[in-house]
Design a protein around this ligand. Sequence first.
Ligand SMILES: [Zn+2]
Length: 384
Amino acid sequence: MAPKTATKMQKVKAGLEEKSAASRSSQPAEESHYPGKWFALCVFFAGLSSLYYWYTSYQASASLSYVPSESGTSNVGEPPVFKVVDIPGKGKGILAERDIKQGELVLKEKPLFVVPRDITSSPAALIYNKLQLMTAEQRRAYLDLSYVNFSEDLDPVKNPSEVALAIFQTNAVSAGENVGIFPRMARLNHGCSSAFNVVYNWRHYEQQLVVHALKDIKKGEELLTTYTDTKRPKAERRTFLASRYGFQCTCYVCSLPPQLSKASDSRLSEISKLYGEFASWSAQKIDGNEAIEMIRKIWNIEDQEGYLSERGSLAADAVWIAAAHSDSERVREWGLLAMRWFSNEIGADTPQVKDMERYVSRPETHKAWGTRSRLDVGAPGRSR
Ligand SMILES: [Zn+2]
C-alpha cells in the first residue's frame, strides 16, 4: 500500500516559503518551488465517493508501474538518463542510469495539472476537479506519489480525500503563477549544500519544468535536488526540514563527522553573512570594489564547500555592479562567467544567458550602466 507506507518518505516539497537556490538563479523569467501558504489550511474533502473509488482501484493496481515516470528523457538509441527505484529509508528516489555531465538537461516535464497559486475557493475542491479530468493512468501516477503530514489516526483507505490533498501539499511546486504536480520530478529526494546535484526550474515560455545537472554525476549516483535554502548550519536546516517536511536529513553533508561538519557550518554561515553584507551595495553602504570583493569571497568559500548553485545570479550581480560603475571590461568578464553558470543551472537557451551575451558584447546596454560614479572594479578570481 504505497501511499500509507510513503507517509514518512522524504518527498516534501510543498509549503516551501523560502526561495530555493534554483529560484534565485532563475529570476525573473523562471522560478522553482512553491512558496504559497494557503496549503497550510487543511481542507477536508467530504463525501467524494468517486475519489474513494479511484483510490481503492489504485490500491488494487498498485503493483503496476507508471511507465512514463520510470525513466529519464534521452535521444533515440541512447540509454535513459535515470531510473526511479526504491531507496532504503527514503521510499522512491532517482538514480543516474549513465554518467551525466554538469549542465546537462536531465528532465523536461509538463505538469500533470496546475492550480492557481492565489485562489479564493477551496483547494480541495480544485484538486478534486482536476482528478476528475485525469485518465486512469494519470490518477495512478498522482496517487502513487508520497505524502507527509497525514494524521496517524486516519486510515488512508477510508480517507482518500485527505490522502489526495496531502499528496498535493507534499509534491506541488511552483509553476509561474500556478502551482503544479510533476510526477517524475517529484521523485527527486533532497540533499543539503554540496549534496544536491540537480536543480529544477519552471520555464514560463515553454510551460514546463526543466531539471539540469549542477555537477557531474556518476552512473548509479542518486539525483538530489534541494527543497530549501541550505546555506545555514546543520542543526538549523535539519530542524527546519524535520518540522516542515517531516524527515531527518541523512544527506552526506548532514552525515559528516563532527570536525568536518563544523567546518561546513562555518563556511555556510559565512556565505550567508557575506550575502547579507553584499546586499548593502544597493543602499550605497559599501562601494563597488567592496561589493565585488564580497562576491569573490562568496565564490571562494563556495568552492571550498562544494556549493555550486546560484552562481549565475552571483556573477550577474557582479555584472550589474560593474555596469553601474561603467567598467566595461569587468562587465564582459563577469558576464562570461554568468553565461557559463546560468547555462549549467538553468540551460543555455534561457533569457538570462541571452541577456548576459548582450552585455558581454555591448556593456552599455545594461540598464544599470553609468548609474554610479566611474570605477574600475575587481575581476573574477582576482582583485583589481
Ligand atoms: Zn542534509
